[in-house]
Design a protein around this ligand. Structure first.
Ligand code: ADP
Ligand code: MG
Length: 235
């Protein structure tokens, strides 16, 4: 019996804001198995990013249990979280979050520094990942010299260069036009077909149709969780 890649049991997250407490997650339970492609939808403020940050080991829940690749994260300190994150998670964001004035190659190589990979191997692996994203001729370009879609492909290469088990993407097409969004979803579907597990946040129903399973958040809770029956394949 193998463990789920993500197992959340009734997780809660409270943020203290002076006198007020924001209940961002109010008891969320999910199992994500290897090879799944999950789309998380829900209105702004429903807790999607908070949930992703917990799964991505950027923060820990206030209550409940969260196992990432079989490891309970709730009691972990920041070093242990960083180690689990580096070993297990690749994260892609809406705004790409690339280092400015830094080449595509060096951006992609950064996670390998933390993983303790020697410099020559870092460059080799970064070059290979950028090549797989169709950016083999853009290695020395800084983000400012790349289009939005190219920047997001650099960010995806950076997320994948450590060979993570789970790719998390929080509104990855939110800053892109629809043709470019389809290119990004094509990359995600290809990677998922190769076996990587993907959890994607989107508020666009059309983007969610590229996934295999659709989960809806409302007010810090899951209100539906079902297979995508009208799935689209990105060309
Ligand atoms: P979504 O990604 O679905 O838009 P979020 O997870 O960002 O929602 O936010 C859920 C709720 O938690 C919102 O009310 C938001 O204002 C609050 N929240 C999120 N992050 C923080 C934080 N760091 N400090 C305080 N409140 C936060
Ligand atoms: Mg969000």
């Amino acid at each position: 019996m193998t463990h789920a890649l993500v197992e959340a049991r009734e997780i809660t997250k409270d943020y203290r804001m002076g006198e007020e407490t924001v209940h961002a997650l109010r008891g969320v339970s999910i199992r994500v198995e290897r090879g799944e492609f999950v789309a998380i939808m829900g209105a702004s403020g429903s807790g999607k990013s908070t949930f992703m940050n917990m799964v991505g080991c950027l923060d820990v829940p206030s209550g409940g249990a969260l196992l990432v690749d079989g490891v309970e994260t709730a009691a972990m300190d920041s070093d242990a979280l960083a180690e689990l994150r580096n070993r297990t998670i690749g994260f892609v964001f809406q705004q790409f979050n690339l280092l400015a004035r830094t080449s595509a190659l060096d951006n992609v190589a950064v996670p390998l520094i933390y993983a303790g990979v020697p410099p020559a191997e870092r460059r080799e692996r970064a070059r290979a990942k950028l090549g797989a994203m169709g950016l083999g001729d853009r290695l020395d370009h800084s983000p400012a010299k790349l289009s939005g879609g190219q920047q997001q492909r650099v960010a995806i290469a950076r997320a994948l260069v450590t060979e993570p088990k789970i790719l998390l993407a929080d509104e990855p097409t939110g800053a892109l036009d629809s043709a470019t969004s389809d290119e990004i979803m094509h990359i995600f579907q290809e990677r998922n077909d190769e076996g990587i597990t993907i959890v994607l946040v989107t508020h666009e129903a059309d983007i969610a149709r590229y996934a295999r399973r659709r989960i809806q958040f409302r007010d810090g809770r899951i209100i539906s969780d079902e297979p995508v029956t009208d799935r689209m394949i990105a060309a």
